[in-house]
Design a protein. Structure first.
Lengths: 546, 166
């Protein structure tokens, strides 16, 4: 543990790396939980040709050598059981390492796609408070910055911080190779940091690795519509916001051998990728910095997602290259370069250190982006309609969705009248409540900051901003039953709303009425708090007296 | 694994578990996979319970115990899912469990809890509200298909690991 503000041990620094990558702090429970995700059970190593040793990749049904073209046995590669190796690494390596200094209680939990390291600090409150302070009291990794204390720590501690980041957010992948020809082999393998919903961390990590270790980064693949869905393909194919999933900071393993993964499956893959690149021999660093000029032909179409509220303000606009986002998100190196350019504005638009007419260029780029968008929309409108229809899982869901708008309007009026204060109501069915607020109404999120931990999805939510109270509505088009009551109760036990109303366009079944008359306590979710049952009829809500 | 196969496996496990954990204090009367709402089940033990006529739900697996001391019938509920569990399933078992005053209920899945729910349940206050009613408890775990048993790492609440596996 840190003894003063500038000293930090490698073990503690490693823990901070884990937390920065995928940590959650639970203030009430005095728990730190670290997510170690493994979306697939197995991660596979590289397929090399048995004949010439070059890279072999999947082409149609077969795995074919890039050099000599022979068919390669697809099983001629290492497979890593990620959940098993993650747990084993936690038990045998990571927990003993952390325990050597941090005397908390360690538990391992999780499911098929994620293992959780739960560190209980109830008997070590002082250290929990230190960690909380370091992360400014914030609760989850999607908000964290690189802790200031790391910048003033020893080299060893800085290395351990990166190791912690690698174990949580680092992903070596044999499929993420770059199409480059090395002196001896094809394909340049890459590792990436996967940063979820956190927009400041990618540039912070890039700049930290540059400043402290002089390391190159190949690219930052931003979760921005212009970068991830530049041709609007996903937009028209059922996943209009697929661009928002994550950011990836990609790097070549050969420059990063001073670091290590403690998760065995990741370290095994990392060593494979490192070995491949060393044998292939690449002379170019392929660092994104300084940035490459943007050719006019690379101008991107306007994307409707550019104004999405999930994107922070500086990046909530149109970009033609990923490095422009690096600049607006605060990259020190790039902004220094831009400031020193002959014409900084022109440099930002082109990546060229030349003087030029910025207004004229902006107009030219605008015409290209607009024309491209128009062209794409012209080709796709039919597809878009089909996708929309297909995306409804079934008619029942579609009918339920039709209820949301009238319920939103009704709830707004009902709350204003009942509580005599301004009320807002929204259809929140498409997103978790915390994400809904962040993405759609930042003003409201500032008032209802406590919703940050509510990863729940009620159909309609009412907000009483003055009294900071929530009201939930769950809508059904079928007769209400105990199952639907249970669903709403689940949300209520999490968020303790002021009111919760279970609504159907059909009258409740006699069976449900009978149960609730006999056991009205089934509706309770808190002190003096009960779910109310309502029927939506003729654009009005009729409450059932229990 | 098909849902029905999972129910059969859970039913077999529950029999052994109940004998081991409740054998001294209770008679283990039956472990069954109900085919209808409990209110309509032709089962003499259920029919001897108060208010059984409003038990309009069907748990996936049901254990029926008789408390040797009080002679009261006690029900152990187990719901199963082949996909990751959400708050919906937790709220559902909570409601059933409260209705029949079950001292212990299980929610079992081949995929454990969803990532979001796993994180939510680490918060003491939220977990207690969802999984505890006085002395009555709900325990969640993953069914490990390979080992044909409980996945030790998946047990929620974490402090129930020893209770389940000892």
């Amino acid at each position: 543990m840190p003894t003063n503000s500038t000293k930090i041990s490698p073990v503690f620094s490693y823990l901070l790396g884990l937390i920065t990558g995928r940590g959650h702090l639970f203030n009430d429970s005095k728990i730190v939980a670290i997510e170690l995700s493994h979306a697939n059970e197995f991660a596979h190593g590289i397929n090399h040709c048995h004949k010439c040793g070059d890279l072999a990749t999947k082409q149609g049904e077969f795995v074919i050598c890039k050099k000599c073209g022979v068919k390669v046995d697809p099983n001629n590669r290492t497979s890593y059981n990620q959940p098993e190796l993650t747990r084993e690494s936690l038990n045998k390596i990571i927990v003993p390492f952390l325990k050597s200094e941090i005397k908390a209680n360690y538990e391992i939990a999780g499911n098929k796609s994620m293992t959780l390291l739960v560190i209980d600090f109830k008997k070590d409150l002082a250290n929990f408070e230190i960690i909380k302070k370091i992360f400014n009291g914030l609760s989850s990794f999607d908000e964290y910055h690189i802790p200031m204390i790391i910048y003033s720590s020893s080299k060893e501690a800085k290395i351990e911080f990166v190791n912690g980041l690698l174990d949580t957010a680092g992903f070596p992948s044999s499929g993420g190779w770059l199409n480059r020809q090395g002196k001896k082999m094809h394909g340049r393998m890459r590792v990436y940091f996967q940063i979820v919903r956190n927009w400041h961390l990618p540039v912070e990590i890039d700049n930290f690795l540059r400043k402290e270790f002089s390391l190159p980064i190949h690219t930052i693949d931003w979760g921005h519509p212009n970068i991830r869905d530049a041709n609007l393909k996903d937009y028209f194919e059922q996943q209009p916001t697929s661009w928002s999933r994550e950011h990836q900071i990609k790097f070549f393993p050969e420059y990063y051998s001073q670091f290590k993964f403690r998760i065995k499956s990741k370290q095994g893959l990392f060593e494979e990728l490192l070995d491949h690149n060393k044998r292939a021999i690449f002379s170019d660093q392929d660092d994104w910095f300084p940035p490459s000029p943007i050719r006019l032909s690379k101008t991107k179409a306007y994307h409707p997602g550019e104004s999405d509220l999930r994107i922070p303000k500086p990046a909530r606009c149109h970009f033609n290259a990923f490095w422009q986002i690096n600049a607006v998100m605060g990259c020190i190196y790039l902004n220094e370069l831009i400031d020193q350019a002959k014409n900084p504005e022109y440099f930002f638009l082109t990546g060229k250190d030349e003087d030029g007419n910025v207004k004229k260029l902006e107009k030219q780029l605008d015409v290209i982006s607009y024309t491209l968008q128009k062209r794409i929309f012209k080709v796709h409108p039919k597809k878009a309609v089909t996708a929309k229809v297909r995306s409804f899982k079934n008619i029942r869901e579609e009918l339920e969705k039709e209820l949301y708008d009238p319920l939103v309007n009704h709830l707004k009026k009902y709350l204003s009248k009942k509580y005599n204060e301004p009320a807002e109501a929204f259809d929140t069915s498409a997103n978790n409540l915390n994400l809904f607020l962040k993405s759609n109404n930042t003003e409201l999120f500032n008032v209802f900051g406590f919703c940050e931990k509510f990863r729940i999805r009620p159909d309609v939510v009412g907000f009483l901003a003055k009294s900071k109270k929530l009201v939930f509505e769950e809508a059904k088009v079928t007769q209400l039953d105990l199952k639907s009551l249970g669903q709403l109760l689940g949300y209520c036990f999490v968020a303790q709303p002021q009111e919760a109303i279970l609504i159907s366009s059909k009258t409740p079944s006699l069976a449900l009425i009978k149960v609730l008359k006999a056991r009205p306590d089934l509706l309770e979710y808190g002190l003096n708090k009960r779910v109310q049952i309502g029927t939506w009829r003729d654009n009005n809500l009729e409450f059932l007296n229990i | 694994m098909e849902k029905q196969d999972l129910s059969i496996k859970i039913s077999a496990w529950l029999k052994i578990f109940l004998l081991a954990k409740f054998g001294k204090t209770h008679d283990i009367l039956e472990v069954l996979i109900p085919e209808s709402n409990l209110s309509k089940l032709p089962n003499e033990y259920i029919k001897s319970c108060q208010n059984y006529s409003v038990w309009e739900f069907t748990p996936d697996v049901l254990g029926i115990l008789k408390n040797k001391k009080t002679n009261q019938i006690e029900l152990i509920l187990a719901n199963r899912s082949t996909s990751a569990l959400s708050l919906k399933e937790i709220g559902e078992i909570y409601t059933y469990s409260k209705l029949v005053n079950s001292p212990l209920s299980f929610l079992i899945s081949l995929n454990g809890t969803s990532n979001e729910v796993s994180i939510l349940l680490l918060e003491d206050s939220i977990r207690k509200r969802l999984l505890n009613r006085g002395n009555n408890e709900i325990i969640i775990f993953s069914w490990n298909e390979k080992n044909n048993g409980i996945d030790y790492n998946s047990i929620i609440p974490l402090n129930k690991k020893d209770f389940l596996l000892s």
